[in-house]
Design a protein. Structure first.
Length: 100
């Protein structure tokens, strides 16, 4: 539980820099400063990457449905390996989108 309050004053330039650093996150100024001070600032993901992430999530969902069908024998033998390889590639693309 957070019990301690730390107050700070920033110049116009400093507040502008803080706002630009946290742009693209949903964090408040104080939450961003706390994360940065503790060495865990959030990654800012460009909006184009967020859009692609959503699109890839849909693909991943469809892939999971195919995998589930394959697991109950709904597809020809051997398709499971292809599905797993596609799943791995999808994870790699997602990681690249967020810089991971």
């Amino acid at each position: 539980m957070r019990e301690h309050f730390v107050n700070t004053r920033l110049s116009d330039e400093e507040i502008s820099l803080l706002d630009s650093l946290r742009k693209g996150t949903s964090l408040s100024r104080s939450s961003y400063m706390r994360a940065a001070a503790l060495g865990t600032p959030p990654r800012v993901i460009p909006s184009i990457n967020r859009e692609q992430w959503v699109a890839l999530s849909r693909v991943g969902s469809n892939l999971n449905q195919l995998a589930a069908a394959a697991n109950i024998g709904g597809f020809p033998a051997g398709i499971e390996a292809s599905i797993e390889e596609t799943r791995r590639l999808l994870r790699d693309v997602r990681a690249q989108l967020v810089g991971g």
